[in-house]
Design a protein around this ligand. Structure first.
Ligand SMILES: Nc1ncnc2c1ncn2[C@@H]1O[C@H](COP(=O)(O)OP(=O)(O)O)[C@@H](O)[C@H]1O
Ligand SMILES: [Mg+2]
Length: 374
């Protein structure tokens, strides 16, 4: 299967940084109101050619609405959809170089796997021998050659999803769109199929937007993640940056577990600490700007793996010890501080039992003001 780069037939606006041919997908101030309120709110997004980007966010934040506007199933109230430098905002779905994979597969039960995949090509009057060749090659790509004559009802959920993927890929789209494609699969299969999708996406080098509400899924398969909230993107960055340096308290709370403390960060004689109530918890690293001796953020956020228990620091009491297999989760109270209960991930067996006196210190703490990282 070839995904050749065609030159856009519409002149792209001049852009110093990237030429039109280098771009994959660009959304500019995309806007949609439904039921009298903005569902997608002046959204900007750039996806580099060949990259896979996840739209990640809670249910109802506007992910599907965004995807439907990219595909052309829904008309935006404002803004533009630009693919490889060509503005496709006014084109109907069938004239856009996009293909979509749906959550519920949407396969025709009475048609064979071959016919399901060939359907779109037949509509477009692609010659029969070419259809056969393209369907076979795409089935090979998703590893389902042996099911070419099967009915979708006779194959497993994971295989059905791969047929749906094949049906999208056979159209050789420039942009592949997937809307929560794995949510009907059980947990183990979900992990395997998402790795398959990532592998195929990278092999073809196809620009892809993958919608999910599952942070684990988003972090593990994307080049970049766009975290959405209320129709807007709160942060757009690499999975590592999203996890390590959440731009907002919303992102920090949605992606991974986090502790938030109503504390103040201080630096004196070179050492850093979070002051919370009458307690002083030592910190190794933070986002406190160089040269500042203290910040009044409203929130200090600490990942559970950055809470060190029993390694010195502020006095604390162990409230609960929860074995989690390869590690132990602990709930600790910082002595002398109210609203300062922390969750910590420590080595399995490293802790005693609930009620023990201990200590806490932080490996890394981030300070937020008005919900944004300082
Ligand atoms: N036709 C519609 N009329 C009114 N509200 C709608 C309509 N379609 C979707 N919505 C609302 O838009 C919001 C975002 O929907 P959606 O894009 O499907 O979210 P997501 O895919 O992130 O879960 C939801 O609150 C939904 O109820
Ligand atoms: Mg949705």
């Amino acid at each position: 299967m070839s995904h050749t780069t065609e030159r856009a037939d519409v002149a792209a606006p001049a852009d110093a940084a990237t030429s039109a041919a280098d771009r994959g997908l660009r959304l500019t101030r995309l806007h949609k109101e439904l039921g009298g309120r903005p569902i997608v709110d002046d959204l900007d997004l750039d996806v580099d050619k060949g990259q896979m980007v996840c739209l990640l966010g809670p249910s109802g934040c506007g992910k599907t609405t965004t995807l439907r506007m990219i595909a052309g199933f829904l008309e935006p109230d404002g803004g533009a959809v630009i693919i490889d430098g060509a503005d496709v905002t006014d084109l109907p779905p069938e004239r856009r170089p996009t293909a979509m994979v749906f959550q519920n597969y949407a396969l025709w039960p009475h048609m064979s796997v071959f016919d399901n995949i060939a359907f779109g090509l037949k509509l477009r009057k692609v010659p029969k021998p070419e259809i056969a060749q393209r369907v076979e090659s795409v089935l090979e790509l998703v590893g389902l050659t042996h099911h070419i004559r099967s009915r979708p009802t006779r194959i497993s959920g994971g295989e059905q999803q791969r047929v749906a993927l094949a049906r999208a890929l056979v159209q050789e789209p420039k942009v592949l769109l997937l809307d929560e494609p794995l949510s009907n699969l059980d947990a183990k299969l979900r992990v395997r199929v998402r790795e398959d999708i990532r592998e195929i996406q990278q092999r073809l080098g196809i620009t892809t937007v993958f919608v999910t509400h599952d942070q684990d899924e988003a972090l593990s398969i994307s080049d970049r993640v766009a975290v959405m909230n209320g129709g807007r993107i709160e942060q757009y960055a690499s999975p590592m940056d999203i996890y390590r340096s959440p731009a907002t308290t919303f992102v920090g709370g949605f992606v991974g577990a986090t502790n938030t403390l109503p504390g103040r960060l201080v630096r004196d004689s070179g050492s850093l600490a979070v002051v919370v109530g009458s307690a002083r918890v030592p910190v190794e690293t933070t986002n406190l700007p160089q040269g500042e001796s203290s910040v009044d953020g409203d929130i200090v956020a600490v990942r559970p793996e950055d809470v060190l228990v029993g390694e010195g620091g502020a006095a604390a009491s162990v409230v609960r010890v929860i074995p989690r297999g390869h590690f132990t989760e602990a709930v600790v109270d910082i002595d002398g501080a109210e609203d300062a209960q922390l969750r910590a991930y420590v080595d399995a067996g490293a802790l005693g039992t609930a009620g023990d006196s201990s200590t806490v210190r932080f490996r890394r703490a981030l300070v937020y003001r008005d919900g944004s990282l300082l």
